[in-house]
Design a protein around this ligand. Structure first.
Ligand code: URA
Length: 273
C-alpha cells in the first residue's frame, strides 16, 4: 500500500518519540549518498485524490486533524452485542474528531478497548507514546501493571474489562491534559459510560478521579471509598505509572485495598465468552 510523505513523517515521529520515552537519546543513522534527482517529467495523469491517511484540510475550528482508520472500530466489529454496535458511531466520531489542537499532533485516536458488556470499566488519563502508536489504551509499561492489577488482583481477564481514557488523543510529550481538552473530549467518555453501563468504574489517576467524582480533592483523599455518582459506583486509585515510580509496599497495599472495594461490588467475574 502506497504511503504518503506526511503519513511516513508522522509515523517516524511517533517511533522516535516512543524511543525517546524509553530513554533513547541518540540514534545512529547511516546516511546514504543522495540519489541523483531525475529530470522532471511533465505530469500526464490527473492528480489522485488524497490518500485516506493524509491529514485532512483545516476544519471550521481551524484545526488540521490527522484522520486514519480506527483500531477500536475494527475491534468493535468483532463483538456481536448491542453495546458494541451502539459504540461504533461514537468511535467513528472520535476517529475524525477535530475539537482541540491534540487532533493535529496525534498519530491516531485511542477510543477504548475490551468487552463493551463488561460490568467493570477502567478509566485512565490519556494515551501515552505507546498508545498513540498502537491505537489502544494502556499498552505500555503502566498498561502491563494495570493488566496485573486486573488479572491477579481482581481475577478478571483484561479483555473482559472495558478500558478507556478521559482524553482520546495523546498530549504532546505526555504532559497533563488541559482543562479545555478535557471539556472538548467530555461527551465521548460520557457516551461510552452510558452505553456500557458498568456496575463499577475504577478511575486510575487524578484526572479520571476528578472527572468522575466532580471533586477537586487530591487523589489521596478520593481513594479508599466507594463514590456514588449519578447512580454509578466509582472507585478511585493511584495510576499504575505512579505506582511504578513509587513502588513501595504502602502504595501497592493502597491500590490493593481499592481494587478489593471494586471486587466486593462486582462479585464473581462474568463468563463473557
Ligand atoms: N496512561 C493512561 O492514563 N492511559 C493510557 O492509555 C496509558 C497510560
Amino acid at each position: 500500500m502506497a504511503i504518503s510523505r506526511s503519513e511516513l513523517a508522522r509515523q517516524l515521529r511517533g517511533h522516535v518519540e516512543l524511543l525517546a520515552s524509553g530513554g533513547v537519546r541518540e540514534l545512529g543513522i547511516e546516511l546514504k549518498a543522495p540519489v541523483p534527482a531525475k529530470p522532471k517529467q511533465p505530469r500526464k495523469e490527473p492528480a489522485k485524490p488524497a490518500a485516506k491517511s493524509a491529514p485532512a484540510k483545516k476544519t471550521a475550528a481551524g484545526f488540521n486533524p490527522v484522520i486514519v482508520p480506527s483500531v477500536a472500530l475494527e475491534e468493535l466489529k468483532g463483538f456481536d452485542s448491542d453495546n458494541a454496535r451502539a459504540l461504533e458511531p461514537v468511535a467513528e466520531e472520535v476517529r475524525t474528531c477535530a475539537r482541540c489542537t491534540l487532533c493535529e499532533s496525534r498519530t491516531q485516536t485511542v477510543f477504548g478497548t475490551g468487552d463493551p458488556r463488561s460490568p467493570l470499566m477502567v478509566i485512565g488519563e490519556a494515551p501515552g507514546g505507546d498508545e498513540d502508536v498502537k491505537g489502544k489504551p494502556f499498552v505500555g509499561r503502566a498498561g502491563k501493571l494495570l493488566t496485573d492489577i486486573i488479572e491477579k488482583g481482581m481475577k478478571y481477564k483484561r479483555e473482559h474489562v472495558y478500558i478507556a481514557n478521559v482524553l482520546k488523543c495523546r498530549p504532546p510529550g505526555n504532559r497533563n491534559p488541559e482543562p479545555e481538552e478535557i471539556e472538548a473530549c467530555r461527551s465521548y467518555l460520557e457516551r461510552q459510560i452510558e452505553i456500557i453501563n458498568p456496575k463499577v468504574i475504577l478511575a486510575v489517576g487524578l484526572f479520571p478521579a476528578q472527572w468522575l467524582t466532580g471533586e477537586k480533592r487530591p487523589l489521596g483523599r478520593l481513594r479508599g471509598q466507594v463514590h456514588e455518582v449519578n447512580g454509578r459506583k466509582v472507585i478511585c486509585t493511584y495510576h499504575p505509572a505512579y505506582v511504578l515510580r513509587n513502588y513501595t509496599v504502602e502504595t501497592r497495599k493502597k491500590v490493593h485495598e481499592d481494587v478489593l472495594l471494586a471486587v466486593d461490588i462486582l462479585g464473581e467475574p462474568p463468563l463473557l465468552k
